[in-house]
Design a protein around this ligand. Structure first.
Ligand SMILES: Cc1ncc(COP(=O)(O)O)c(C=O)c1O
Length: 364
């Protein structure tokens, strides 16, 4: 049996509730932007603690539309990290702005606040911190740095549904925040889905226009928009899963605890979680000087570990030329050679011990 990620396990665990929810949508005859989407938006905004949530097609669209809603476009610079899913940077490019890539800090693997200040310029219009792997970025320090400026802060929460700092959930610190509901995320659809959260009513209104052709009312475009809508079936599934999100995150934390305990003697770099930060372990990422050999050995034992990410954005052919690299990106470069994501998802169960055995076997 292969151990890796298994989105079907969550469907099977909630089959009755999900089948019922899908059946209700099918019977309703309303398949896009209906009651399920409205209810999900209200429930997710309540969960995060923001005034508004706007469902969109996927997490990349969420970022692009958030940038547009903030008025970001050609000639503007948007600062983010090179150590992220390429989607973060793809969205900046789609908005017309220039990405400015900085390093991550070596403990949390999130945006280095030390590197942020020198990257600011008169063209900086927005900053996108990424709550990578489920660990919150250093939002209090970041927000302090931009206090009194016009710079917009857009949180990339695609990997951090439910993560928090001192009890306050991510998605609730900056001006606006973006979520992905890709099938392996902590809160996941059975297909693509995304959302934007904000407490700024003007931004929320703008996002609702942008996601549907700029329509102020049906068939009347007051501005340029596009189509990026959350469909009713995905919204209904997300409502079911949102009710279980805290329980899913707890299961991930328990798996992380087992890895932390059982792998502590092997000389590997294990994930850190800073005091008063709540990590939701979208990924459990270890560091090893022998990463490639360990990956191969686990693969031979049918354990599919991953690398998030093997090539930093500043070294990707599509982005290397157009992005501005700011400062030293050495932590990012080192991480890419050493990181390995061990299987982690709420339904992993006792297989966590097989993964531990596989990692130990390599070290003996
Ligand atoms: C950090 C990060 N940002 C953005 C995205 C984009 O989300 P999506 O795949 O839903 O477009 C992802 C997911 O792949 C992600 O992990």
């Amino acid at each position: 049996m292969i151990i890796g990620s298994d989105p079907k396990a969550q469907y099977l665990a909630l089959k009755q509730e999900i089948d019922q929810a899908i059946g209700n949508v099918l019977a309703s005859g309303r398949y896009v932007l209906g009651d399920e989407t409205n209810e999900f938006e209200r429930e997710f905004a309540d969960y995060i603690g923001t005034g508004h949530c706007i469902g969109v097609g996927n997490g990349t669209d969420a970022l692009e539309l958030a940038l547009r809603a903030c008025g970001v476009g050609q000639g503007d610079e948007v600062i983010t990290v090179s150590h992220t899913a390429v989607a973060t940077v793809a969205a900046i490019v789609q908005s017309g702005a220039t990405p400015v890539l900085i390093d991550v800090d070596p403990n949390s693997y999130t945006m280095s606040i030390d590197q942020l200040e020198p990257a600011l310029s008169e063209n900086t219009k927005a900053i996108i911190p990424v709550h990578l792997y489920g660990h919150p970025a250093h939002m209090p320090a970041l927000m302090k740095l931009v206090e009194g400026t016009d710079i917009r802060v857009i949180e990339d929460c695609a990997q951090a549904h439910g993560a928090a700092i001192e009890g306050k959930k991510v998605g609730n610190f900056g001006d606006i925040a973006c979520f992905s509901f890709y099938p392996t995320k902590n809160l996941s659809a059975i297909g693509d889905g995304g959302a934007v959260t904000t407490s700024d009513s003007a931004l929320a209104k703008q996002l609702r226009l942008l996601r549907e052709y700029g329509w102020e009312e049906r068939f009347h475009s007051s501005q340029l928009g596009r189509n990026s809508r959350l469909d009713e079936i995905q919204a209904a599934i997300l409502r079911v899963k949102l009710r279980h999100l805290d329980e899913f995150n707890l299961a991930r934390k328990n798996i992380a605890k087992i890895y932390n305990e059982k792998l502590s003697e092997l000389g590997l770099g294990l994930p850190n979680c800073e005091a008063s930060y709540e990590h939701v372990y979208h990924q459990y990422v270890i560091r090893s000087q022998k990463r490639d050999a360990l990956l191969k050995s686990l693969g031979e034992a049918k354990i599919l570990a991953g690398i998030h990410y093997p090539l930093p954005v500043h070294r990707q052919a599509a982005y290397a030329e157009m992005a501005i690299m700011s400062g030293d990106l050495s932590t990012t470069d080192t991480l890419c050679d050493e990181i390995l994501s061990l299987p982690i998802y709420p339904e992993l169960g006792q297989q966590v011990h097989d993964v531990v055995a596989g990692v130990k076997a390599f070290h003996h």
